[in-house]
Design a protein around this ligand. Sequence first.
Ligand SMILES: *[C@@H]1O[C@H](CO)[C@@H](O)[C@H](O)[C@H]1NC(C)=O
Ligand SMILES: *[C@@H]1O[C@H](CO)[C@@H](O)[C@H](O)[C@H]1NC(C)=O
Ligand SMILES: *[C@@H]1O[C@H](CO)[C@@H](O)[C@H](O)[C@H]1NC(C)=O
Ligand SMILES: *[C@@H]1O[C@H](CO)[C@@H](O)[C@H](O)[C@H]1NC(C)=O
Ligand SMILES: *[C@@H]1O[C@H](CO)[C@@H](O)[C@H](O)[C@H]1NC(C)=O
Ligand SMILES: *[C@@H]1O[C@H](CO)[C@@H](O)[C@H](O)[C@H]1NC(C)=O
Ligand SMILES: *[C@@H]1O[C@H](CO)[C@@H](O)[C@H](O)[C@H]1NC(C)=O
Ligand SMILES: *[C@@H]1O[C@H](CO)[C@@H](O)[C@H](O)[C@H]1NC(C)=O
Ligand SMILES: *[C@@H]1O[C@H](CO)[C@@H](O)[C@H](O)[C@H]1NC(C)=O
Ligand SMILES: *[C@@H]1O[C@H](CO)[C@@H](O)[C@H](O)[C@H]1NC(C)=O
Ligand SMILES: *[C@@H]1O[C@H](CO)[C@@H](O)[C@H](O)[C@H]1NC(C)=O
Ligand SMILES: *[C@@H]1O[C@H](CO)[C@@H](O)[C@H](O)[C@H]1NC(C)=O
Length: 680
Amino acid sequence: MAVTNISFRLATFFLLLHSAVAQCWKNTTCSGPTDTAFPGPWEANIFAPASRTVSPASILSASGELISKFQGTAQLSGNGSGLVFDFGIEVGGLITLEYTATGLGSVGLAFTESKNWIGEWSDSSNGGFKGPDGAIYSVFNGSGTYSYTMPDVRLRGGFRYLTLFLVTNGTSTVDIKDIKLDIGFQPTWANLKAYQGYFHSSDELLNRIWYSGAYTLQTNAVPVNTGRQVPFVVTGWANNGTLGPGDTIIVDGAKRDRAVWPGDMGIAVPSTFVSIGDLTSVKNALQVMYNYQNPTTGAFPEAGPPLLQLGSDTYHMWTMIGTYNYLLYSNDTAFLSENWAKYLLAMNYIYDKVGSSGLLNVTGLRDWARWQTGFNGSEPNMILYRTLITGADLSIWAGDTTDLNATWHGRAASLKSAINEYCWDTSYGAFKDNATATTLHPQDANSMSILFDAVNTTARAEDISSNLLKNWSPIGAVSPELPGNISPFISSFEIQAHFTIGQTERALDLIRRSWGWYINNPLGSESTVIEGYLENGTFGYRSTRGYDYDASYVSHSHGWSSGPTSALTTFILGLSVTSPAGGAWKLAPQFGDLKSAEGGFTTSLGKFQAAWTLKNDGYSLTYHVPQGTAGEIVLPGLSSGKVPSITLDGRTLQQETQSQLAGDSVVLNGAGGNHIIVVS
Ligand SMILES: *[C@@H]1O[C@H](CO)[C@@H](O)[C@H](O)[C@H]1NC(C)=O
Ligand SMILES: *[C@@H]1O[C@H](CO)[C@@H](O)[C@H](O)[C@H]1NC(C)=O
Ligand SMILES: *[C@@H]1O[C@H](CO)[C@@H](O)[C@H](O)[C@H]1NC(C)=O
Ligand SMILES: *[C@@H]1O[C@H](CO)[C@@H](O)[C@H](O)[C@H]1NC(C)=O
Ligand SMILES: *[C@@H]1O[C@H](CO)[C@@H](O)[C@H](O)[C@H]1NC(C)=O
Ligand SMILES: *[C@@H]1O[C@H](CO)[C@@H](O)[C@H](O)[C@H]1NC(C)=O
Ligand SMILES: *[C@@H]1O[C@H](CO)[C@@H](O)[C@H](O)[C@H]1NC(C)=O
Ligand SMILES: *[C@@H]1O[C@H](CO)[C@@H](O)[C@H](O)[C@H]1NC(C)=O
Ligand SMILES: *[C@@H]1O[C@H](CO)[C@@H](O)[C@H](O)[C@H]1NC(C)=O
Ligand SMILES: *[C@@H]1O[C@H](CO)[C@@H](O)[C@H](O)[C@H]1NC(C)=O
Ligand SMILES: *[C@@H]1O[C@H](CO)[C@@H](O)[C@H](O)[C@H]1NC(C)=O
Ligand SMILES: *[C@@H]1O[C@H](CO)[C@@H](O)[C@H](O)[C@H]1NC(C)=O
């Protein structure tokens, strides 16, 4: 009896403790998941803190040397004295400072993601070269106790380091009693560790990279009233812009732009789905694009409000592809019905730009940071191909009765011929940047041609994959279309391209060089993925070649660079959904140089999970998917070439299947439930 009582009290105590810790952002209604879908040791790799309220991990000197762990207190004494508080990971939100002071003066607060810009000036977030972010100040006017909370408009969306410095004419001393950060991102989640997906492999670096992508996406899911103010302020920063409907919305970056960018979502959304599983932020971001569509022309803006940049054919199409991705993961047919007429208008708008040669004539010139755009650019044509193919599926899901499926598949086929006829460079073995004479063979169009299946032969795809290696440096792929720069956004397409044609080792090599370089870089956030960087290993993305950005303007937490998160799940684990909510799925593992991998994700139908482990001369593969679903399983052959024995749930499969597996892969039909396949 007594024992029961104690455990009951203990349980109550922990419940109370839990509810005291669990909180959503300000007065936002909690609507996110409360617990992880897949408990296990991999949760140790989650960068997100257990509580929305966090304190710094350590104190550094003003010049960046480690002084000590942060125990809650610190002292500033005399004008210009400063200390740097390191949160150890990327964070964002509103700081509250508790301190006592003597004399007159102020405590300055300055923020930076990279250690390069610790000091009295924050890194740049407000508009690049337009003006310095500087610092904000808590003023004190005499001996006493002070509590300072940053005003909402000054929310700092992404930083790792907080510099506190003292400005005084006299001999003031400030005793810091407490520093707390109220985290502003993923506002509807009470438990920031409540991931709906996971990934765990025998490669610790890949695991960390997967989780750095996932955490980045959490920092990019923001309260809808915390976008960057437009027009940009000239000094300081203002994050009080209204971004769209709902309570939470996916933006491009934590620090900046804090705006909806549909092209970025082309990478960010698949990675969101397999990791945190926050599709509400995705839905709100897409809805705002539909809300701001030009009702006459059908054009979508390039970016959501308040930024609302216009004039991008590629980002227009990314809203359309984004609609497909969202439907594929969610099966939210109500969303599709509500926006279907607008989608049709958008399709007419873009397809009207296809000329007599069958290629898109690009007139909405804005795009990702690539240098050259326009004409019959190869990259926009690859994206149009993907738009038509995904549009055909959407037309079926929307219940269209006018056979748009056939019409759009027909258009896709003629576009594919035109692309392969006019854009291919036979002498080089890759696509040119456009259909006219050019020696540029871009990373974006070539990667997308394989991933989107726009290249018309396997031989051409193999040539592209090999020729892409020519762009590689020790720290990543240098984009020919943005010279001197490494784009983990475009490299996110490249790794998927290599995986798509089974060039597993190449894909893993690029992930380790590029994302591995950043996650292990002590000058970075060590917890997120960066927007871009320079070939020489500095952070001045776009600071070369016609752009005029401050090197500190780069975002260190940018979802468009999270490609390894979806790629490792889709291709290494091999698990993906192929029809809405996973009614149909695919399991096609690639081993590379790994020994094991497991992972899963969640849809409205339930949990999807798989795991494989290599054995001496073969492997075992288990999968656990909702009843009533059906899948395609692609079993890799054995490298030894030996004719293996295959068992499914202990039953030996027929000889014919086994001899196939001795050479190449073999395809099986998979059913719902729990199953184990052993190949030995
Ligand atoms: C709380 O919600 C109300 C109504 O939605 C909103 O106007 C107000 O700004 C919110 N307050 C805070 C502190 O976010
Ligand atoms: C206080 O220190 C700052 C640098 O932190 C300097 O710019 C300023 O001139 C100093 N003011 C006085 C009164 O010494
Ligand atoms: C410091 O001195 C300057 C110049 O006299 C004055 O303008 C300023 O208000 C003083 N600051 C404080 C915090 O007393
Ligand atoms: C300090 O400023 C506060 C708020 O403006 C004011 O209420 C208080 O009277 C001031 N104290 C002194 C000593 O000037
Ligand atoms: C945001 O803050 C700026 C600067 O404080 C202000 O001018 C602007 O009106 C505010 N905008 C909104 C949407 O609240
Ligand atoms: C491309 O579009 C522009 C603007 O509408 C037009 O001037 C040009 O003639 C078009 N080019 C081709 C090859 O269709
Ligand atoms: C490509 O675009 C250029 C410029 O608009 C045009 O002159 C040329 O005919 C186009 N080529 C093809 C194959 O569409
Ligand atoms: C859609 O069109 C494709 C290509 O013609 C075809 O393979 C597929 O069966 C069609 N789907 C439906 C549901 O009609
Ligand atoms: C691929 O495209 C080229 C160039 O148009 C063409 O010659 C070739 O026949 C195509 N191959 C296939 C298999 O469609
Ligand atoms: C084609 O691409 C190259 C390289 O991006 C560019 O210099 C050129 O202006 C583009 N357009 C035409 C019509 O050649
Ligand atoms: C890296 O390259 C940029 C752009 O060319 C240049 O400004 C910077 O000085 C270089 N940094 C180093 C350390 O080489
Ligand atoms: C998707 O939604 C449609 C329409 O609501 C429904 O009929 C279908 O069963 C759903 N599919 C799945 C896999 O949940």
